[in-house]
Design a protein. Structure first.
Length: 184
């Protein structure tokens, strides 16, 4: 396996589109959402999401936890490593079931984030109208397990390699933020 080039790594997250349908997962209090997002805990049943706000359905659904993704996202991911799915049931504003979505659990890994070594990343979050916010991400590239999509340390912060980034862009996946990992 070749060493990971951090200049070719991107942060994967929901895009925070202002009009995006935003849903809340309904889960038992004892459920560890981070463990589910990392594929370390299995659900005993389908995770149900209920309406919170917004109206437009995108490939990546806005959520306060365990972001659902469309069949289109899964179709792109099928050629790549580091992920699995779990069953979800999405409900729109009127309570109607929205088909064609899955919970994404990321099983790929890299070591913990090193916030002291990390660099500043500016990212626009249009839904909050606050301009830009700062993020610091850096990890030891030798800690990467070789997966195309992976989480850092014990977090659910998700990153993708450049090949997957290009495929997601080519597929025009909506409501997805793919920010380069700063390392210079």
């Amino acid at each position: 396996m070749e060493p990971l080039d951090l200049e070719r790594v991107y942060r994967f997250s929901q895009g925070w589109r202002r009009t995006a349908l935003y849903l809340n997962p309904q889960f038992p209090r004892e459920l560890n959402l981070v463990a589910v997002a990392r594929g370390e805990a299995r659900l005993n049943s389908t995770l149900v999401y209920t309406y919170h706000s917004g109206s437009r359905l995108y490939d990546v659904v806005g959520s306060s936890g365990l972001t659902p993704v469309s069949d289109r996202v899964i179709a792109v991911l099928e050629k790549f490593t580091g992920w699995t799915t779990f069953p979800v049931e999405l409900h729109g504003k009127g309570g109607e079931v929205i088909p064609g979505y899955h919970g994404l659990a990321v099983t790929g890994r890299c070591g913990p984030l090193d916030r002291k070594t990390g660099r500043r990343m500016w990212r626009d979050r249009p839904s909050e109208r606050i301009g830009e916010t700062r993020f610091l991400y850096w990890f030891d590239p030798l800690s990467w397990d070789g997966s195309d999509i992976f989480c850092a340390g014990d977090t659910a912060l998700t990153f993708v390699v450049e090949d997957l980034y290009k495929e997601l862009k080519r597929a025009k996946i909506t409501n997805l933020s793919l920010c380069p990992l700063p390392n210079s």
